[in-house]
Design a protein around this ligand. Structure first.
Ligand SMILES: *Cc1c(COP(=O)(O)O)cnc(C)c1O
Length: 370
């Protein structure tokens, strides 16, 4: 079976370099917030093209810390999509804010700017004033920032880009994460830039915001042992930072390999029951996932399994319909019909840079045989 994701292959491909980095971090005698972490933050910020990056414990904390850093908490709503990892929504509630979930555009699976405009102009009764929008670059494809960012500016609402699936994606040549007030990243092992454990980061253009988030991630300390405000403990450890420095140097090549595999799938899929993903005009996606779509999704998934091809569904139940959220969290005007339809029809094919040419050919043959 060709698995849908394979973080172990990502380790084995760089084993010598990673083992050396881990040995160096272990030998340093300093394991949390030390020189590996500082070096990774500087290298990651430079790679992204922003002046500040702050490592933290995971991508969920990165969103919660950004909201808190921007002063968006209790008494404020935060708009995001229901078609996302539940983490996006969990983070909003961790920051004390109220999520307001809106629909996607069914062509690109990212936030529908018209749904956002309706939510900003005519929010559902009873929701607190909107303080921020978390725009998710789902599957590695930039959302419609050309429309979303100006709408947020017009309404004086902060923009956080959830880049957990989009390390390195570009829109009009500019990296996703450099359009808003804060960009958040997850380094969960299967992400495009994956640690061998948990990790995350926030990247921001503003120095004061960077300082505030850096304090919030460690008990609100600006000076050791003195809390200026109530913080949390969410730090990137030295082992993961050392591993991420190795992986960052290979990230652009890994993303190029993901794009090449995706292009091969999109040719093989033609004429069959699955529809290929669409690429937004001006976008260079990084294919965290290759998500195809079919009305008869479950039957297609079963046939691919018989052919030895593992698949996934990202995500099978929209956040607003999950038990922890249903009936409690509000959706925007018009609800989320496109989200609900997509969740029944989407299918993620195997996609990671270490897929061999033979494995890619086998997946393509399976797609042609559908
Ligand atoms: C993975 C992911 C997160 C959360 O990251 P963790 O590191 O698992 O906390 C948030 N948003 C999206 C879109 C993700 O894919």
């Amino acid at each position: 079976m060709i698995p849908q994701a394979n973080p172990g292959a990502g380790y084995r491909a760089l084993k010598a370099e990673i083992d050396e980095a881990v040995a160096r971090a272990l030998a340093s005698g300093w394991y949390v917030l030390g020189q590996e972490g500082r070096a990774f933050e500087a290298e990651f910020a430079a790679w992204l093209g922003l002046p500040h990056a702050i490592g933290c414990g995971n991508g969920t904390d990165a969103i919660a810390l950004s909201l808190r850093g921007l002063g968006v908490g209790p008494g404020r709503s935060v708009v995001t999509v229901s078609h996302t990892a539940v983490a996006t929504v969990a983070a909003i509630e961790m920051a004390g804010a109220t999520p307001l979930l809106i629909d996607i555009d069914p062509v690109h699976y990212t936030m529908d700017p018209d749904a956002l405009r309706r939510a900003l102009e005519d929010p559902p009764p009873g929701v607190p004033p909107i303080g921020a929008v978390v725009v998710v670059h789902l599957y590695g494809q930039p959302a419609d920032l050309d429309r979303i960012v100006p709408l947020c500016r017009e309404h004086n609402v902060a923009v956080i880009e959830d880049c957990a699936q989009a390390h390195g994606a570009r829109l009009h040549g500019r990296r996703a994460g450099t359009f808003g007030d804060a960009a958040t990243f997850s380094f969960y092992p299967t992400k495009n830039l994956g640690a061998l454990g948990d990790g995350g980061a926030v990247a921001v253009p503003d120095a004061d915001l960077a300082g505030r988030i850096a304090a919030l991630r460690q008990y609100g300390w600006r000076k050791h042992y003195i809390s200026d405000e109530i913080g949390v403990n969410s730090r990137l450890d030295e082992l993961q930072a050392a591993i991420l420095r190795v992986k960052l140097a290979h990230l652009d090549a890994c993303n190029a390999r993901r794009r090449a595999i995706a292009a091969a799938y999109s040719v093989a899929i033609e004429g069959g029951p699955l529809a290929a993903p669409n690429i937004r005009d001006g976008a260079e996606p990084v294919f965290h996932l290759y998500v195809a779509r079919a009305a008869q999704r479950d039957a297609v998934q079963a046939r691919l399994k018989e052919a030895g091809i593992g698949t996934g569904i990202h995500y099978p139940v929209p956040v607003h319909l999950q038990p922890a959220y249903a009936g409690r969290i509000k959706t925007g005007p018009g609800g989320c019909p496109q989200t609900e339809a997509a969740s029944r029809e989407i299918l993620s094919l195997p996609l990671y840079p270490e897929l061999t040419d033979e494995q890619v050919a086998a997946v393509c043959a399976g797609l042609r045989g559908l």
